[in-house]
Design a protein around this ligand. Structure first.
Ligand code: ZN
Length: 228
């Protein structure tokens, strides 16, 4: 009896660890309403922060939508996929060649804040404490996951520093092992350039991510930034 329990438990563990087995079980998912509903639940369940129950609720919402509302939802998704691209200067997401921040003449172009993700720009902008431009890396260095400098926008950042007379780089990568490692890697790359490198003050708990820091905390971290 005990052996069976252990075996079942390790099978469950193995199936969660092994994506092909997981996919096999996923494919087997059925729904009393039929495959269309089952497929939509699967799609919603892939979204961040959406568990199975939430995926079912969202699917129920879509099932209840009238045709024009469903059409608007499809059109909104299609429009995002068609129009959103990366700013050619800072790599934040935008619908034009240059984003609004890069186009804004009131923003200081020689002050550049380096962040991991576009959503970090939203968080820092909400703090209202920053008047420079940004540079979005689109990730952080993670050798164990095969993410090297070539997968990020690090080369473009170095070029930007060289060609745009950038005076200060504010490292605002997350205060995690990988975020700190990325900041260190970039500062080493820029060691010979005439640019001051600063790091957000440690008001943000080590190991946390910018996304969850509140406005005042981010404003303090920006104002209290220190030489890296
Ligand atoms: Zn931009």
């Amino acid at each position: 009896m005990e052996t069976t329990f252990v075996r079942l438990e390790s099978l469950t563990y193995f199936s969660l660890r092994n994506s092909s087995i997981k996919e096999y079980f996923m494919e087997e998912q059925t729904h009393p309403y039929g495959p269309s509903v089952a497929a939509l639940i699967e799609e919603f369940a892939k979204m961040p922060g959406i568990g199975r129950k939430s995926a079912e609720r969202l699917t129920q919402y879509v099932v209840n939508l009238d045709r024009p509302s469903a059409g608007a939802l499809i059109k909104a998704i299609d429009s995002v996929k068609r129009n959103i691209k990366r700013c050619s200067n800072c790599f934040v997401l935008t619908e034009s060649e240059l984003c609004d921040i890069c186009k804004d003449s009131k923003r200081e172009p020689t002050l550049v804040c380096v962040v991991e993700q576009p959503k970090d720009v939203i968080s820092l902008e909400a703090s209202g404490a920053y008047e420079g431009q940004y540079h979005v890396l689109h990730g952080c260095l993670s050798p164990l996951n095969g993410i090297g400098p070539e997968k990020l926008t690090i080369n473009a950042l170095v070029q930007r520093v060289k060609s745009q007379g950038v005076k200060e780089i504010v490292m605002a990568t997350n205060p995690t092992l990988e975020g700190d490692g990325t900041a260190l890697f970039i500062s080493n790359l820029l060691a010979d350039e005439e640019v001051t490198i600063t790091r957000l003050a440690r008001g943000i708990a080590s190991g946390s991510v910018l996304e969850f820091a509140n406005r005042e905390m981010l404003a303090d971290a920006l104002r209290g930034r220190q030489a890296f």
